[in-house]
Write a protein that binds this ligand. Structure first.
Ligand SMILES: *Cc1c(COP(=O)(O)O)cnc(C)c1O
Length: 383
């Protein structure tokens, strides 16, 4: 929903551009922080979802930590001013350089995804005379019931350490003197809307925690990852139900005294605070199909091409009229997957109309590319 003031501003900015509603972002962050505080849960923001400077600033100011998946993200988190002891570093393929840089930054914890990686971190920490804090990312084989391209916690996925490797993982942890084992980590997928999935995850987390405790390991941190979805069909519904989400974990996770519970939310925090605004270049009316050709394409918003993601499409130049025509809404890029929606019902549309692709705050601007030598996408912040 855009105000007339928003629309007046849109008319003066070169399209395509990402519009950020910082007020909505603030409300979402506060809602999450308040809901987490009830149970003393810790939230790390999954930075890969959006690293626009204005967005990061607000998240840091909320007091959340940073969940990073590359050396570049660790460096950025430090530069932006996130507390080093609130930075965690996950990822299946951390390079030696990335590990060394993170050791130099004294980050809170590495979320380790293989036994070989444990050995490498131990060796690199030894060279620096340091002890690296590590959590083991376990693949719990829990189905996230989301799109298969964004499922990460099944046996066939590349992420985490599988349960059958845990005995040898425990051996490594016992002998590696430059590692400090702090806990266990999970992240089973993204855009999870069925909260029962998290109930199943809790049950598995409890089992794994017990497994480690029975072998003499103390678990200080239970990190259950992120993945909470947003409602792409109702972009104006806006703020996810963080209370219901955290309550599931409070109800089903067995938390020992002095144990911390960590979360890594990305999409749920930033997804609804942005729209990609684009201009209609051409309308092609065919016999079987009508096409709207936008000046934004998969180079600005890749999710539809990458994993058939749905974004609500609105003609904001003609908001009041009936939705009476069906269009395929496509971008200008030379790829057939450069399509934002098929058979989308919209008002009769003309060249020059502004089209909003809604709910683009997560995995939108950050995935923009220069394919076809496209220019950087513009950004407009709310006032
Ligand atoms: C991407 C990612 C997240 C965040 O996922 P969302 O679906 O955006 O909440 C959390 N943890 C890890 C390890 C990730 O890779």
């Amino acid at each position: 929903m855009f105000s007339n003031k928003d629309k007046a501003r849109f008319a003066n900015v070169e399209t395509p551009f990402y519009y950020y509603d910082l007020d909505l972002l603030q409300k979402t962050l506060s809602s999450c922080a308040n809901a987490a505080k009830v149970y003393n849960f810790h939230v790390h923001y999954a930075m890969k979802a959006n690293f626009n400077p204005a967005v990061l600033e607000k998240i840091k100011d909320t007091g959340f930590g940073a969940d990073c998946v590359s050396g570049g993200e660790v460096t950025r988190a430090v530069a932006v001013g996130f507390n080093h002891q609130q930075i965690v570093f996950a990822g299946v393929g951390k390079s030696d350089k990335e590990i060394n840089d993170a050791l130099d930054q004294d980050i809170f914890c590495f979320n380790v995804e293989s036994i070989q990686e444990l050995e490498v971190i131990d060796e690199l920490a030894a060279k620096k005379g340091k002890k690296a804090k590590v959590a083991i990312r376990i693949n719990p084989n829990v189905d996230a019931h989301t799109h298969h391209n964004i499922t990460t916690g099944l046996d066939e996925n590349k992420f985490g350490i599988n349960s059958w490797d845990l005995p040898s993982c425990a051996e490594t942890l016992k002998t590696a003197v430059n590692l400090e084992f702090i806990g266990i980590h999970f992240h089973i997928g993204s855009q999870i809307t069925n909260l029962d999935v998290y109930k199943n995850l809790c049950i598995r987390v409890n089992e794994f925690a017990t497994w480690f405790e029975e072998r003499g390991f103390a678990i200080k941190v239970l990190n259950v990852g992120g993945g909470l979805g947003i409602d792409y069909h109702n972009p104006d519904q806006q703020i996810p139900d963080f209370e219901a989400y955290f309550k599931i974990f409070n109800d089903f996770l067995e938390v020992r005294t002095n144990q911390e519970v960590h979360f890594e939310l990305g999409r749920a925090l930033v997804g609804q605070c942005s729209s990609l605004i684009s201009k209609v270049l051409y309308v092609k009316n065919g016999k079987k199909k009508n096409f709207i050709i936008l000046d934004a394409g998969m180079t600005e918003l890749m999710r539809p091409a990458l994993y058939q993601a749905y974004h609500k499409i609105e003609n904001i130049s003609r908001a009041e009229e009936d939705h009476n025509t069906k269009y395929d809404v496509v971008g200008p890029i030379c790829e057939s997957t450069d399509c934002f929606g098929k058979e989308v019902e919209l008002p009769e549309t003309s060249r020059g109309d502004l089209i909003a692709l809604r709910s683009t705050g997560a995995y939108g601007e950050v995935m923009a590319s220069h394919y076809n030598l496209r220019e950087n996408v513009n950004v407009l912040l709310s006032e």
